[in-house]
Design a protein. Structure first.
Length: 161
């Protein structure tokens, strides 16, 4: 499944992500991939914040609740806080998302949770001051039981292109 939307560029294709992503995002994906080993996805307990120190400002942890599905920001890195202008820890994704729309934001998470695979999205835009800015986010599933996604970890890079 390559690019899923022309209006909101995203992909679930690892090769396309590798070709588009910054080195920092590729390195974060490689870390997640190493931690999962032969499993579909790692558990939160497999990730070591000390090993992740360089990525922490761009990381978010999102708890996934079912019946009905609810997504709640457990941890928000400084990059994500700065983009929103407020700390969204503890808030629902549908209320504190950063995307072109609530539906597009939720679609990213639903693709990760339902498909149990990564989603990578990117944007290039001009700010009100006329600066060209780039932003990319990778969404990765985490699972305590190796089957059911109970958490999503994201990593965002802003302005490196």
């Amino acid at each position: 499944m390559a690019e899923l939307s022309r209006l909101y560029p995203r992909t679930t294709d690892v090769a396309e992500m590798q070709a588009r992503a910054t080195e920092r995002t590729r390195a974060f994906f490689a870390y997640w991939d190493m931690k999962r080993g032969a499993r579909a996805m790692p558990a939160r307990r497999d990730l070591d914040p000390v090993e992740m120190k360089a990525w922490l400002p761009g990381i978010q942890l999102i708890d996934v609740f079912d019946n009905p599905r609810r997504l709640v920001y457990r941890l928000a890195g400084q990059v994500e806080v700065d983009m929103r202008g407020f700390n969204h820890t503890g808030r629902n994704v549908e209320d504190a998302y950063f995307a072109v729309s609530r539906d597009e934001a939720l679609r990213n998470y639903n693709l990760v949770v339902d498909g149990r695979h990564m989603v990578y999205d990117w944007a290039r835009y001009a700010t009100a001051g006329g600066y060209r800015v780039s932003q990319e986010t990778i969404f990765l599933p985490l699972s305590d039981d190796g089957n059911h996604v109970n958490m999503v970890i994201t990593f965002t890079v802003v302005g490196e292109r």
